[in-house]
Design a protein around this ligand. Structure first.
Ligand SMILES: *Cc1c(COP(=O)(O)O)cnc(C)c1O
Length: 436
């Protein structure tokens, strides 16, 4: 495994470089907590079952992110260094899918917000650079994390490279074996990637002892990454989805989309986003929901999850752990249970047993709806999209495309549909190949 030797990795660098950032890159993140009719239930300490205190989280996260996790401020200023990094790929385009509309013969106008323009090809760098930044500012020199399909591991490895941090990633075994390009991407950025469960942590060894053939799960990989961070004072842990601060960072997607629609005099009737842990969906949809709550607009939001891992449409709404070993705080969320091992579907990024507490809460309040999409229908939609629009969507994103296509086909009146196209599928071509 090739890594960057520590002595050639530059010291963390967090100062702005003075580059000009387009005014269309948001200056603040939007926090839905400020506009919710009822507050989101708090995360609980796994031992005491009392609401978490900042001190409980301090071994894993920098104080700035802990503050964001519990914040109810509507707007949180984006540090200039992070805006400069965003400017490498933001604002992302909002594109009208006229060729897809024609192919479907729909009266609806379909737009897609395309996050595949980021360096790793998905929305995940939006939070990766912010998390790496706050950790670097607080003197942390290494981040650990888990990754499913590898998108998050690659995003955090890139962010760590840009900010001068080391990065260690536990990748779910099913993806580690089937998606070598993501590991190569992580290693190119200087990250170190292990197959999870691994022999490197107590949590991994315990899982392997009871089930040596396991295909792994995000819950297992999280246990390993959390353990590795908790036992190293120079390291913190970073989570790529689910938590409030992650959804906060992703709000740049929806804020830009709102502004881009306003500019052309459009209002969204319905927004479709794929839902794994809920971050791209929340990032796109929450600014629309916030406008609904504050200004009385009526944009509908549809979460599109895989039928093989249906936490919203089939799960229970209750407190559960984020990981298998029960090391994480208890989160009130729609969950299939922390021990749920989803089948190894191609949309690795959607294989998580739980849903973001904030998305779960919004769903429970009736602010959004959810559908489950079969893998075959998702790929068929991805191929239809690729042949009409040119972009090959990530397998995760095809779930949102499938939801939107079914909706557009049934439409009898003009309406405006927005698809969250969370990433491209260029490194997932073997999955398309198998489907074809
Ligand atoms: C990781 C990933 C997802 C799922 O994660 P969310 O937190 O639900 O957004 C969706 N799409 C792509 C392209 C991903 O990489």
């Amino acid at each position: 495994m090739t890594t960057t030797p520590d002595d050639v990795r530059p010291a963390p660098r967090t100062e702005p470089l003075g580059v000009t950032v387009p005014s269309t890159v948001p200056t603040h993140w939007y926090n839905l907590a400020a506009d919710l009719p009822e507050p989101c239930p708090p995360a609980l300490h796994p031992g005491t079952r009392e609401p978490l205190t900042p001190d409980d989280l301090a071994p894993l996260f920098p104080m700035a992110l802990i503050a964001q996790e519990v914040s109810t401020e509507r707007w949180v200023e984006i540090p200039q260094t992070v805006r400069e990094l965003y400017a490498l790929w933001r604002p992302s385009p909002l594109v009208r899918a006229v060729r897809l509309e024609r192919a479907l013969g729909t009266p609806a106008r379909i737009y897609y917000k395309y996050e595949g323009v980021s360096p790793v090809g998905s929305h995940k760098p939006n939070t990766a650079v912010a998390q790496a930044y706050y950790n670097a500012v607080e003197g942390i020199t290494k981040l650990t994390t888990e990754t499913g399909a590898g998108q998050w591991g690659a995003s955090l490895s890139m962010a760590c490279a840009l900010l001068g941090l080391r990065c260690e990633v536990w990748q779910v075994r099913a993806s580690y074996d089937s998606k070598p390009y993501r590991r190569m991407q992580m290693e190119t950025y200087g990250g170190v990637c292990h197959s999870s469960p691994s022999e490197l942590t107590a949590a991994g060894r315990a899982i392997l002892a009871s089930d040596p053939e396991t295909t792994g799960s995000l819950g297992m990989a999280i246990s390993e990454a959390v353990e590795a961070a908790a036992t190293d004072p120079a390291a913190h842990y970073a989570l790529g989805s689910v938590l409030n601060h992650v959804l906060l960072h992703q709000s740049v997607i929806g804020q830009e989309a709102l502004a881009q629609l306003d500019e052309i005099g459009e209002g969204a009737d319905v927004v479709f986003g794929c839902a794994g842990g809920g971050s791209n969906l929340g990032g796109l949809a929450f600014p629309f929901l916030g406008r609904n709550l504050r200004e009385g607009t009526t944009t509908r939001v549809v979460a599109c999850e895989p039928a093989a891992c249906p936490s919203m449409t089939q799960g229970e709404y209750r407190y559960d752990f984020g990981d298998v070993a029960g090391l994480t705080p208890l989160l009130k969320m729609h969950t299939l249970g922390k021990d749920f091992v989803p089948p190894p579907i191609h949309a690795g990024g959607l294989r998580y047993h739980g849903m973001a507490p904030m998305v779960s809460h919004a769903y429970e309040l009736g602010l959004m709806s959810a559908i489950a999409v079969e893998q075959g229908d998702a790929f068929a939609a991805g191929i239809e999209f690729a042949r009409a629009e040119g972009i090959i969507p990530a397998p995760e994103s095809t779930h949102a495309v499938a939801g939107a296509i079914a909706h557009a086909r049934a439409a009898t009146e003009p309406e405006t549909i927005v698809i969250g196209l969370s990433g491209n599928g260029i490194l997932d071509l073997p999955a398309y190949h198998q489907y074809l």
